[in-house]
Design a protein around this ligand. Sequence first.
Ligand SMILES: [Mg+2]
Length: 350
Amino acid sequence: MEPESTESASRLVVLLVDDQAMVAEGIRRMLEDEADIDFHYCQDPREALQMATEVGATTILQDLVMPGIDGLMLVRFYRSNPDTRDIPVIVLSSKEDPNTKSEAFRNGANDYLVKLPDKIELVARIQAHSRSYLAHRERDEAYQKLRDIQRQLEHSNARLEESNRELQRLSSLDGLTGIANRRQFDKTLEQEWRRARRNRSQLSLIMLDIDYFKHYNDHLGHQCGDDCLRSVARALDEVVCRNGDLIARYGGEEFAVIMPDTSLKGAHQVAENIRQAITDLQIEHPASDIGRHLTLSIGVASAEPSEQGSPAALLTRADQALYQAKDKGRNRIELAAPLAGPRPASVGQA
Ligand SMILES: [Mg+2]
């Protein structure tokens, strides 16, 4: 009994292409004791290419002289076909002739034997060529698999990055109004504070609150309340259009505007534009104590960031100005008093 190979992938498969059945019988006998070699025979050269592919040849033994076709032409066929291009070809010649031999190699043969060859030599060469071929093929397949995995990984990474960006974007936006949320506001205020300190520039902050918004909600329902918040956000977005400014929903019915490189006077003007824009919207407010339409109370504060100050202090001052505006009757703007303090000697000496 011949031992079965457990791995069909490592089996050596020989295809003999020769018009003489006698030669085939001789080769078959030489190989019949070789457990790891499968022998196939093709008598018709026209079927050689297809058969080599079908049996999965790992080595082709190729006769040179056949009726109707030159063996070397067949070798060139193998070489030009993607399925057989890399299969080793051992040419079987009837004579030891240097010219024929060099022709064979020039046309793509890998080896040259005179028939009938010595059994030991034939088996050794089939084994060497077949194993080399299989090793190359396995390496190519492994490489291809690696490339596929790499491509898949790159694809997944790109999608992951995309999702992360989207997540980042969503986590910085207010779900109801689509403008920046509190989280983004805090982050931006911190950043702009540091930038203003580096640049020795002014940073302004506007805090806004919808007057009697609780009454508005109680009277008209939360659906209308949400619409109202969206309208205010849209108006803010239209009025505050300078690059670098940030509008945010600070919480509830409170909004905020961060304005880098902006003086108290400049921020005051923007606040007035906002107040006017809301007035122009003429949003009915049937439950307001100060009129029939929606209004805003606004507080503005400005600072020239220093080592001593802080974003939190600026926020407190803007908030205090906002509460003053509420105290003084709403629908108005209050400015936080500028901070007194020594200014750096290098600034303002023009
Ligand atoms: Mg022949």
